[in-house]
Design a protein around this ligand. Sequence first.
Ligand code: PRP
Length: 209
Amino acid sequence: MEMLDIALPKGRLGEKVYSMFEKAGFECPSIREENRKLIFENEELGIRFFWVKPSDVAIYVERGAADIGVAGKDILLEYEPDVYELLDLNIGKCRMAVAAKKNFHDNVNTTLRVATKFGNIAERFYREKCRDIDIIHLNGSIEIAPILGLSDVIVDIVETGKTLLENDLEPIETIVPISARLISNKASYQFKNEIIEKIRLGLSGQVGV
Ligand code: PRP
C-alpha cells in the first residue's frame, strides 16, 4: 500500500498536533516512546509521521517529500510555498507584530531600520504604508537589536508578550494573527484525496473557536 507521509513540527506544538491526529484515528503508538527517532510508521493505516524543524515543514510539503504537514501561518506568509492550506487548527496562536523600545518615536524622514527573521512579511507591511525601510535579517534573539541600536524596530512573533516586556520593548502594531495550518502538497491532494480529506475532517472536528 502507498504510504501517506506527514511532516510534523518538532517541539511542543508538534506534540499537540500529533494528539489531534491520534484522536482523529490516525495514531502511531511508537511515536510516544522516548527515543530520538524522527520517523514513525503505522503500516496498517498506511501513514508515516516524521518530525522536522517547524520552519522546514512547508519545504517538505511543497516538494512532495511529505504529502501533508502542519506549518505556522508565519512561515506560509513569509515563504509563500506552493501548497494548499486545508485547515486552520487554531492552535499555536500568536501574532506577528512590530515592537520597539519604550518611548520610540518614528521619524518618517529617515529610513526605518527593521530587524527580523521575516523579511518578506515586514517588507510587504511597510510597502503598503509607503514607509521606506532597511531590513536587517537576523536568525533569532531579535529583541536584542533595538537595545543595542542595531535597529529601530523589530518585526517578530509575540505570544505572551513576556519576551518583549522583559527586554524593555513594547508592541507598537499587530501585523497579522498567526496559528498552525494543515497544508497539503498539490499533487498529493489529487492522488491521495480520500485519506487526506478523512484527516482534514477528523482534525476539523477538534478545532475549537
Ligand atoms: C519567539 C519570538 C519571541 C518569543 C515570543 O521565539 O521570536 O522571541 O517567541 O514569545 P512570548 O511573547 O511568549 O515571550 P522562539 O521561541 O520561537 O525562538 P527564536 O528566538 O528562534 O525566534
